[in-house]
Design a protein around this ligand. Structure first.
Ligand SMILES: Cc1cc2nc3c(=O)[nH]c(=O)nc-3n(C[C@H](O)[C@H](O)[C@H](O)COP(=O)(O)O)c2cc1C
Length: 210
């Protein structure tokens, strides 16, 4: 058995954290996308804080185009979202106590013009959500692996809203709950990121001299 398969939940979390860089928000250091959830439910007051953070994101024209449909394990909404996930995501997301889907209003409410920033804004708000969750000791896992039309139908999301991502939310558990060796290895592998020089430019393609 590979060494990585025996990591505990706290060892995994310690390894997955982003390196501490002075001045970077602690929640950014803490957030990563776990697939191993423990059995704990998420209280309504904690869930409220997560959405409270999300709603203070910036948006084009302050349209706040974001909407989320939230399911708690045991309710019909959770079941409906879960059923739309692709097979791989179903193998782990069944342990998530909260499943939600984000949607964005694609037209400005004031004049009906197309809002080409709506999904950008939903993504920004979703990032606030994930960071607040991390600050509260929760883990989130965003997913594109689901059937968009099925979730739209199942939840009655109107045509004028674009479906964004599904987000699983809960408390991180032991990697061992994933059962499968490949899944456990994936869960206990270090995260990687491109260096700043590859993503921040002074001129296109030229690393910025920060
Ligand atoms: C829009 C989006 C879609 C994603 N879709 C899936 C998915 O369907 N299944 C999955 O296991 N992870 C999914 N992920 C998680 C990414 O793989 C993960 O965020 C990435 O590897 C970086 O890891 P980190 O979030 O721990 O930093 C998705 C993430 C985002 C933002």
């Amino acid at each position: 058995m590979a060494t990585s398969t025996v990591l505990t939940a706290s060892e995994t979390h310690a390894m997955k954290r982003a390196p501490v860089v002075e001045g970077v928000l602690p929640a950014i250091h803490e957030r990563w996308s776990a697939r191993s959830f423990d059995g704990r439910e998420v209280s309504s007051s904690v869930l409220t804080k997560v959405f409270e953070a999300a709603r203070w994101a910036a948006s084009s024209n302050n349209e706040q185009p974001w909407r989320w449909v939230v399911g708690r394990r045991g309710d019909g909404t959770w079941e409906k979202i879960y059923e739309t996930l692709v097979g791989f995501n179903k193998t782990w997301a069944h342990r998530a106590p909260v499943l939600m889907v984000g949607a964005a209003a694609m037209r400005f409410s004031k004049n009906g013009a197309e809002n080409r920033f709506a999904l950008y804004d939903l993504g920004a708000a979703s990032s606030y959500l994930t960071l607040e969750a991390a600050a509260l000791g929760l883990t989130t896992h965003q997913m594109g692996g689901f059937n968009q039309e099925a979730v739209r139908q199942a939840l009655g999301i109107p045509a004028e809203y674009a479906v964004g991502a599904v987000i699983a939310l809960g408390y991180q558990g032991e990697p061992a709950v994933l059962g499968d060796v490949t899944m456990i290895e994936r869960e206990t592998t270090a995260r990687t990121r491109k260096p700043l020089g590859e993503i921040v430019f002074s001129e296109w393609g030229m690393p910025a001299d920060l």
